[in-house]
Design a protein around this ligand. Sequence first.
Ligand code: GLC
Length: 445
Amino acid sequence: MKKALTAIALGLCFFCVAQAQDNTTDDYVWPEDQSVLQKLQDWQDLKFGVILHWGLYSVPGIVESWNLCNESWVVRPEGSTYEGYKQWYWGLAKDFNPVAFDPVQWAEVFGDAGMKYVIFTTKHHDGYCLFDSDYTDFSSAKGPAGRDYVEPVFDAFRSHGYMIGEYFSKPDWHYPGYWNPYYATPDRNFNYDRKMHPDWWESYVSYTQNQIREITGGRYGNIDILWLDGGWVSGSEIGLDSLVPEIREKNPGIIIVDRTIGGPNENYQTPERTFPARQISHPWESCIPLSDDWGWTPDHRYKSAKHVIAMLVQIVAKGGNLVVGVGPTPQGLIDDDAIAILSEVGAWLRANGDAIYGTRTTPVFNDGGSVWFTSSKDGSTTYAIYAPWDDGPAPETLSWTGNIPHGKVTMLSTGKRLRTTVSGDRVTVRLPRNLPNEPFALKYN
Ligand code: GLC
């Protein structure tokens, strides 16, 4: 019995963090502010972005922050003690010194991959700030590197035309107003009775608000997205409702993403490591790491370019955006394996991007197999995108029901016309011979 319960508890915990979570719901609240609606539309046109996890955990190349947490699914090295491990982890602050840091390389690599916006970890759950904060010394600015990283990263990406997003964790495991050292830290939550220690909680709230003000107050230019992670603390608990008007005054139209909380401060929904099975008409974005981890690890197993394209195509056909998670190395570069995969994705998007960027959904969005449909904004052009996951042989024909062509069907990347028959509402397209089993898009009116 006990074993079974433990197994269930483990399973549930795993589900909380490392597992795929389709947290999309139908009770999305549309923003009333026109400038937010406009920015959401602009953002939805971009379709494809990158989420960068970088911090102390990058130094040894381990899971981001979570090893600090005393939950049973967390795997720390055999023989370590919890307290000893925590001390070692906090001590990594003396080693975070990315001597080869090159944000221009980052911006170029992701730009070449066809990614149009960036979300960057200003502070993860471990509380280590990549910005120079007046409220803590636990930051890269006060460590051996002695510098703020948010500014150069956003400068580089902005000058390459990206939309700019800030990842910020509401929970902070380093701040004593959240995890107070007087008590043990049994799990991810704050570790004391708020009624007994209202002052601790207040200090945490004002610390968090002050830091959000620091990163949205103009120092880093205009911010397009504030991506608030750690949904076990809600925005309301940290006074987000009263902070938002202030944030919007400084960053007109900024998209606020109080992840998994719902209500007016979750301007888009964020399924994690997965995508919904259905088409969704309100704004959403899947976040999926390129490897199994969000940060850089030495033993990474990256997804193939074909896999990334298949995810992107399916997500766009269902009305969403995709951010792929990549971790810069401890030295401050994007590693060669990731670059190789991303540049393949970019080459595909250069040839087929019309079927992705700035598109809209069509009511028939899938043929039941590997063909996904999108449409131009004005609805005049339909794209049928073949995006296989597997390495089997390429098909000789594609056929589907609905989304009937009224004119010629061409291969988007070459403009070559393809023989097409329509019988009732069944469409069959003959494909060129000896086609490799790679993704491609068809275009028709
Ligand atoms: C989850 C994890 C966090 C990660 C994030 C990225 O919220 O807790 O570690 O940064 O997903 O999507």
